[in-house]
Design a protein around this ligand. Structure first.
Ligand SMILES: N[C@@H](CCC(=O)N[C@@H](CS)C(=O)NCC(=O)O)C(=O)O
Length: 257
């Protein structure tokens, strides 16, 4: 029964990676302490890990990494939002999964872990038609939407103030998002953010969930405030609009930028 090891330093990571055999599937989960979906993901992953036996050499190795504390590693894997899962074998990235869809995570791990399994050697019970994995992903669209909305419901509450934007606060990819980042900075607002360009499911789904067609979107305490124009308007009506969410310095709470 495999368990998840928390990597807490760069030397720890290097030592761990160098100890693996070329056939081991390394499952790396990036998280941030403020993001509620990461706690859910940790539960999903430890349940999955417990289904994989410990073998010698290990067929799977499960680690989790705080994306903010170990930014050197998150940058290597282009982690722009959390939770973010990376599957690596022999130094090669096989697949990444952004977000907290338990179905996607399970499918990705099962697909890649199975590739070095014993059943493949005799061909029996192996779907050799190149179609393996497809059945599980062919979901009922209603169910898929329900799962996405559940995930979005958690995501908009991932921090008291959440900014859904194009790009990241340090590299906004659109002028509207850039202006809203500047407003939050001027008001010393502490906020979490999500780069919607990194996840098209969230980008399109949140428009329907929020009944708001554009980005940036600012959410406070799980409620949509609006886009840039609305935020400007709120501030012109009430200069203390963000007072409860302000800190004296460094307003950003980011997974990675
Ligand atoms: N006036 C809007 C401007 C935002 C806007 O028009 N955003 C566009 C272009 S960046 C957008 O998000 N379009 C939908 C999309 O790209 O998915 C506001 O107040 O936020």
């Amino acid at each position: 029964m495999s368990t998840i090891q928390e990597i807490t330093s760069l030397p720890d990571w290097e030592q761990h990676v160098s100890s693996l055999s070329p056939s081991t599937l390394l499952i790396v989960s990036f998280h941030a302490p403020w993001a509620a979906p990461c706690a859910q993901m940790a539960t999903v992953l430890s349940t999955l890990a417990s289904e994989y036996p410990v073998t010698e050499p290990p067929s799977t190795s499960w680690v989790s990494i705080n994306a903010e504390d170990l930014s050197e590693i998150s940058e290597t894997y282009n982690v722009t939002a959390v939770p973010f899962l990376v599957l690596v074998r022999n130094g090669q990235v096989l697949e990444t999964v952004s977000g907290s869809s338990a179905v996607k995570v399970r499918n990705a791990i099962e697909t890649h872990a199975a590739k070095v399994g014993a059943p493949a050697s005799n061909g029996a019970a192996t779907a050799a038609d190149g179609n393996d994995g497809e059945v599980a992903t062919e979901e009922d669209p209603e169910k898929k939407k329900e799962e996405l909305f559940k995930r979005l419901g958690d995501l908009v509450k991932a921090a008291p103030v959440m900014l859904f934007m194009k790009g990241t606060p340090s590299e906004p990819k659109c002028g509207f998002s850039r202006q809203l980042v500047a407003i939050l900075r001027e008001n010393a607002v502490k906020y979490g953010f999500f780069n919607i360009l990194a996840d098209d499911e969230v980008r399109q789904g949140l428009k329907e969930f929020a009944d708001w067609p554009t980005y940036p979107q600012l959410w406070v305490d799980g409620e949509l405030v609006g886009g840039l124009d609305i935020v400007k308007e709120e501030l012109s009506n009430d200069a203390d609009f963000f007072k409860a969410y302000s800190i004296k310095s460094n307003g950003e709470t980011a997974a990675a930028s």
